[in-house]
Each structure stands twice: as structure tokens, then as C-alpha cells.
Design a binder for this molecule. Structure first.
Ligand code: C5P
Length: 403
């Protein structure tokens, strides 16, 4: 319920600022009250007058206005709100927030507030993709700032890609979800998720690994948890922090991962997102392999690793009710995924193109197609978090149908 809640809306500079007006209207229609702060560049796109006309309140622009500070100081602005929503959040404003700068009213409020913050980023695709923005985004997300969007689409600058602000109705739903904790359709169900790479040792100091960051698997663990599932995340080595409330089982090799998965059974749902090494060294050396005097390179022989997804899919009575695999392909994505689904014996498969040009490995976005019992569903490029949420909702819908 958002009726009776106070939203402090921060409008920063960007063409998407006009959508903030529509959001204010919808928030008011839902019974929320809205106070707005415009940054200097936000005020280039929408006027304080039009914002005030819709909020029915004074709109704040300056960092220091004697009258404003007497009537309602910047600390009060934050204190009197239940949630701060930044629509649109420009690259510059995200950078200021990430670095704790406070040189105008809006950024000062962000630094002074102890309220939760929801950002709706909007910017040119190259600005969004820039490592500086992505690092700022990661910093803010780590601090608990909530993010909605951006979406993929055409932009005012004529380009196409990620950076288009979420629509007012999506932002409104995110605000409603914030105040009404999401229902828990997966409550009482146990989910087992694998993520990250595996490390296969050659000797005590060397190993063979791959480029998997674990981001997609961790995002799924987080999304499944937020829908109420009891989540065990069996993860190879990654740099990621454990999503809150998720039971992490850290492992190193494929064989460790399989053992940890079997220990976690029974489970209702298994999602294998790990990039498991197909091979390991046949005979791991107990001592560091030395260079020979003739500088001859050692010859390594490999043996096949257990296939965790295939093993879980054929686990007999302990088989999870829904087993989902991933197919990371660099060509013929759809056909390879279909044959993988059959070969592994899983129920659903999510396939993605991981050719180096896609930036999927290690990146924050994914373009997936889902093959399930109903056919093939192509998902447009979206963040790994959004893909995780979409998958989790799909699982919840499927399990609801089965009950
Ligand atoms: O055969 P491939 O590695 O392409 O299959 C990918 C799918 O199988 C992913 O879901 C991955 O987590 C899973 N897998 C596994 N154990 C392996 C190899 C792959 O669980 N040894």
C-alpha cells in the first residue's frame, strides 16, 4: 500500500525527466504524497512550476535558501519521506552519489539521508556501458540502493541499447513492491543453485579455470530468495558477496561441487548456472611441478569431470522436481541448446551466446532464450538481475500451475 506514504522525488538532468511528471501523477492517484527536488540540470528539462502543479507542494531547487531552510531544512526533507526516488538518475548523479559528493541540494540530501533510495537510471548506452558508470552502479547496489532499469530501446540521441529509463508504470510497481513486501510464491520450496567457475588443480600452486564471474548464478540465488525460496548456492571461486539469506557452500573443483550438490538434496528446484570445467588433470601432482633442466614442457593428460546437471537430472527418487540448465554457446545457440536439453535430461534450458563480442562473460547483461515444455521464448537483452527475476517468476508460475 502506498496510500499515505511520502515520496521524495529527485529529478536530475536528462530527456527522460519529462516522465517524472507522469510518475508524480500516478503516485498521487495511488494516494501517495510527493515532494520534489530538481537539480539545476533537471530544471532545464522540467520546470519547478509544472512539478509543483502536479505534486501540490513547493518544489526545491537551491542548495541553500534561507526561507527554505527555515521552513523545511534539507535534513527535514529526507526525514519526512518514506522513500527517496531518483527519476531519472543521470550518470553524473550516480557518480556523485557513489563518491559522496554534496554540492547541491539533491546530492546533499542523498548524503544526509538514512532512508532507502530507488534509482531509475537513464543515459546514453555508451555512458551506461562505461566502466566508470558500471563501477558506480556496483558501489551503489552494494550499499543497498535499489535500481530499476534501465531498459533496452531506442533513445532520444538516436542510438539503440541499454540506457532507456524504466517506464513510469514500472517505477510505480517497484515503489509499490517496496512498501508491500513481495508475496513469497516460492515459500517452503528448496532451491539448489550452482554458480561460478571451477578450479581444477595441476599441482598445489596452479590450476585451470575459466572466465565465469558467477554473476548470473548469484543474481538467480538472490531473486529466488526474494520470492521466498530456501536457497543453497554451491559456488566455485568468485569475487561476489553472498546474497543475504542465501546459504553459501563454497567449493573449488567440479568434484567438490557435485559432492556439495548431492549433500544439499533433496531440493524442489535445481538451477545449474556454474561453468564447470569439463576436464581435470588425470594425475594431480602433490608437489609443485618443476622445470626440467632441458626446459621441456610437461605433457598433461586429462580425464572427464562429472556432469553435475546430468547427474542431478538422473538422480532417481531424489531428482529435484524442476531441473534447469544453462547452455553457453558461441554458435548455433538454439540447436545446440535443444540437443543439450535432451542429452542432459533437464526440464528447462536457458541458452546464451557467449562469443567474446557479446560481453556476457563477466558482464552485467545477458541475452537469453528459454526452452521449456511449451517451446522457445526469446528474451531481449537485459541485466543479469532482471533475467534472474524473470526466471524466478517463471518458476513460481510453473509451480503454481502444478499445485
Ligand atoms: O555441457 P555444457 O558444459 O555446455 O553444459 C552446460 C550446462 O551443464 C550448465 O547448466 C552447467 O552448469 C552444467 N554442467 C554441469 N557439470 C558439468 C558441465 C556442465 O553441471 N561438468
Amino acid at each position: 500500500m502506498i496510500a499515505g506514504k511520502s515520496i521524495l522525488l529527485v529529478v536530475t538532468g536528462g530527456i527522460a525527466a519529462y516522465k517524472s511528471l507522469e510518475l508524480i501523477r500516478r503516485l498521487r492517484d495511488s494516494g501517495a504524497s510527493v515532494r520534489a527536488i530538481l537539480t539545476k540540470s533537471g530544471a532545464e528539462f522540467v520546470t519547478p512550476l509544472s512539478v509543483s502543479a502536479l505534486t501540490g507542494e513547493k518544489t526545491f531547487v537551491e542548495l541553500f535558501s534561507l526561507t527554505d531552510e527555515t521552513e523545511i531544512g534539507h535534513i527535514q526533507l529526507s526525514r519526512q519521506s518514506d522513500l527517496i526516488v531518483v527519476v531519472p538518475a543521470s550518470a553524473d548523479f550516480m557518480a556523485k552519489m557513489a563518491h559522496g559528493r554534496a554540492d547541491d541540494l539533491a546530492s546533499t540530501v542523498m548524503l544526509a539521508t538514512d532512508k532507502d533510495v530507488l534509482l531509475a537510471p537513464a543515459m546514453n548506452v555508451r555512458m551506461w556501458d562505461h566502466p566508470a558508470t558500471q563501477e558506480n552502479l556496483a558501489t551503489l547496489a552494494q550499499r543497498g540502493v535499489r535500481i530499476i532499469g534501465p531498459n533496452e530501446g531506442s533513445m532520444a540521441c538516436g542510438e539503440f541499447g541499454m540506457g532507456r529509463m524504466a517506464e513510469p508504470n514500472e517505477i510505480l510497481s517497484a515503489i509499490k513492491n517496496y512498501f508491500t513486501p513481495t508475496e513469497a510464491p516460492l515459500a517452503g520450496l528448496k532451491a539448489l543453485i550452482t554458480a561460478g567457475p571451477t578450479h581444477e588443480a595441476l599441482d598445489p600452486v596452479r590450476y585451470i579455470a575459466n572466465h565465469s564471474s558467477g554473476k548470473q548464478g548469484y543474481a538467480i540465488a538472490n531473486a529466488m530468495k526474494s520470492l521466498g525460496a530456501d536457497v543453497t548456492l554451491v559456488s566455485g571461486p568468485t569475487q561476489l558477496s553472498t546474497p543475504s539469506g542465501v546459504n553459501l557452500v563454497p567449493v573449488t573443483s567440479a568434484r567438490d561441487m557435485l559432492a556439495a550438490c548431492q549433500k544439499a538434496l533433496p531440493a524442489d528446484i535445481a538451477i545449474c548456472a556454474a561453468a564447470v570445467a569439463d576436464w581435470r588433470i588425470a594425475e594431480q601432482s602433490n608437489q609443485k611441478i618443476k622445470k626440467t633442466s632441458g626446459n621441456e614442457a610437461p605433457t598433461l593428460s586429462f580425464v572427464q569431470n562429472p556432469d553435475i546437471l546430468a547427474t542431478l537430472s538422473k538422480q532417481g527418487p531424489k531428482r529435484p522436481g524442476l531441473v534447469i540448465g544453462f547452455a553457453a554457446e558461441t554458435e548455433n545457440v538454439e540447436n545446440n541448446a535443444k540437443s543439450k536439453l535432451e542429452r542432459k535430461g533437464c526440464d528447462w534450458i536457458l541458452a546464451n551466446d557467449v562469443s567474446p563480442t557479446t560481453g556476457t562473460f563477466g558482464g552485467d547483461n545477458n541475452t537469453l532464450l528459454l526452452i521449456d515444455e511449451t517451446g522457445i521464448d526469446h528474451w531481449a537483452k537485459m541485466t543479469k538481475d532482471a533475467a534472474a527475476e524473470k526466471l524466478s517468476r517463471r518458476i513460481a508460475d510453473k509451480l503454481k500451475l502444478n499445485t
